[in-house]
Structure formats: C-alpha cells, structure tokens
Design a protein around this ligand. Structure first.
Ligand code: ASP
Length: 329
C-alpha cells in the first residue's frame, strides 16, 4: 500500500451546519481531519494514511504565510522515500490559487492533490467524503506522477493551472471551462485523457527555500469609465507589480493606457490579463505592448497571473524574462 499524507487546512469539507438540509449556510473549518477520515469507512484499505492539521480556516483567510508553510511542509514530506503522495484539504473559494502556487514551487514528481467540498460534513449527502476518498486514490496512483499539482472534486481531475471555480454553490463547480478536465476518477480508478503542457513543479525555476515574504502584486479590475484611482493607490501602497483584469483581450481605455504607462515608467511591472473567463490575452493585440512595455497574462486568470508575477518578481524585474515566464508556466 502507498503512504499518503493528508494535510488539512479547513474549508467546507470540515464544515458544520445547523440542519442537514443547509448546504450553503454553515460554518466552515470545524471538524478535525482525523475525524473526517474516520467517517470514511473504507479509506484505510486504499492507502496507509497519515494526517496533519496544518491550520483550520475558511479559505478566504488563506495567506502567503500559510502558502509558504504548506509548500515547505509538502517539499519536506515528498523528499522522504516513505511518502508517496500528498493530499491537501482546502476550502473551495481560493483552492485554485493555492493549487497553482504549489504547482510552481513544489520540487517533486510525486502526486500532490488538492481537494475540498461544496457541502458541509453534516449535510444529508455531503460530497466531502467521496471527494477525499478519490483524492487519496489519485495521490496513490502512479498515473498521477509528473502531472503537476492536481485538483480532484466531483469525480474529475483538473490541472491546477487551468482550473477555476465556476459556480458559487453547486458541487459541479471546478472546471477548466474550455480547456477541459485531465480525467475522471471512477470506481477507485483514475482515468487520464490529457497532460498539462506547461512546465510545473520539479521543472520550474522558482524556489521558496528561506523565503518569508512574497512581493506585493495587486489586481485592478477593468470597467467602463475607470478613473485609475485604484491602480495609483496600489502603487502608492507599495505594489511592485499590477495585474489588470482587462476588458476583452486585456483591453483598456485611452485614459487607463496613460495611467498604466505612467505606472510602468516608475518601474512597476504591468501585466494585462482579462476579466473574460476564457481565451488568450495576446501580446500586441488589443494594444501595442512593445510600445507601452506591458506584459500579457496568456490564458492565466488574473488571480493566477498575480501568483506567477509574485514568483517572477522574486527573480527579476526584466520585462522580457517575465513575459517569457508567462509563456512557460
Ligand atoms: N468558504 C469556504 C472556504 O473556501 C467554501 C468552501 O470550502 O467550499 O473555505
């Protein structure tokens, strides 16, 4: 049997509601991970499981400090011969961000699987137990090696780079809307149909050893008649980089072009992303990035572009090198 460590961070999978019919009104992050595991009768026949309660929070309270602690713990565990894979239980609200961060900083080919639930553990039919069972099956499977950090909920396997939460309340919420699932988990068996093509985990240039703080990068959401106030405030507050959740193909008004251009001239890295959920933000597409010295986020959502830009800024603020990272990861 494979040895799997479950690191618990809280979320709805550990949530408790007043009534078993409440699926959206409840308190997350209450039930300890050993209790959750004990509720799943057959789980100990799937793998030898050890668990650690790393923290017990609503994932809205996830922080860079916890990310660094979590990544450090996973790297340490996976260096051990005796550990075959890691499962992280997590609230679903920021699960995709933690997954992508780990996808860029974990130095191992062994499986790392993030899992959560949309219904609290006290619901009439909670999704957490089956999701966790499947995540452990996946983490114990040789087929999950070398595929980067994976997200497993609702019988599906997703790539951490592309996955996003698409519905506020339904169980069928984690998807890579146009790029698709990597596979399914059915009857104790992961089935893969695709591979992530971007570099991840042991193939990245990012190392968090000794890092205690990540560079400040803020997201500015694009809209009609944007005054630029928030972009300027972010810079005044010390941002080293900005990600613009732009219009369409990362487009912006004439006014915002002037605002961002002035910001870029102060040495702040400006990345054009999009508030549209799918598609590439193309370089020199909606506007001339070469002229403005802006970068583009490719298909990364603004929240994931922010993560890549933070890690990039730990290494360089050369725009060409950072743009290249956006094509690579
Ligand atoms: N608020 C919860 C959290 O992200 C939601 C969930 O886990 O589904 O921690």
């Amino acid at each position: 049997m494979k040895n799997i460590t479950v690191l618990a961070t809280g979320g709805t999978i550990a949530g408790v509601s007043h009534f078993p019919t409440d699926t959206v009104s409840y308190q997350p992050a209450i039930v300890p991970i050993d209790e959750i595991l004990n509720q799943i009768g057959s789980i100990h026949s799937t793998a030898t499981i050890t668990c650690e309660q790393l923290i017990q929070i609503d994932s809205a309270d996830m922080s860079h400090a916890v990310w660094l602690q979590l990544a450090d713990r996973i790297n340490t565990l996976l260096q051990q011969q005796a550990v075959d894979g890691v499962v992280v239980t997590h609230g679903t609200d920021t699960l995709e961000e933690t997954a992508y961060f780990l996808n860029l900083v974990i130095k191992s080919q062994k499986p790392v699987v993030l899992v959560g639930a949309m219904r609290p553990s006290t619901a009439i039919s909670p999704d957490g137990p089956m999701n966790l069972y499947n995540a452990i099956i996946l983490a114990a499977s040789p087929s999950a090696w070398g595929k980067g950090v994976l997200v497993a909920l609702n019988d599906t396997i997703n790539c951490s780079r592309d996955v996003t939460k698409t519905n506020t309340a339904l169980q069928d919420t984690f998807k890579a809307p146009e790029l698709g699932y990597l596979g399914y988990i059915v009857d104790n068996q992961p089935h893969f149909y695709r591979m992530p093509t971007r570099k991840h985990t042991y193939l990245t240039e990012f190392d968090i050893i000794g890092i205690t703080k990540l560079p400040q990068v803020e997201i500015i959401y694009g809209h009609v008649d944007d005054s630029g106030t928030l972009a300027c405030a972010a810079v005044a507050a010390g941002a080293q980089g900005l990600v613009y959740a732009g219009l369409g193909n990362g487009n912006m008004s004439q006014h915002m072009q002037n605002v961002f251009s002035a910001i870029q001239r102060q040495g702040i890295v400006v990345v054009r992303g999009s508030r549209v959920c799918n598609g590439i933000v193309t370089r020199n597409g909606a506007l001339n990035d070469d002229q403005y010295h802006f970068l583009v986020a490719d298909t990364l959502s603004p929240q994931k572009a922010r993560i890549l830009l933070m890690l990039a800024l730990m290494k360089t603020n050369n725009p060409d090198e950072i743009q290249n990272m956006f094509w690579t990861y």
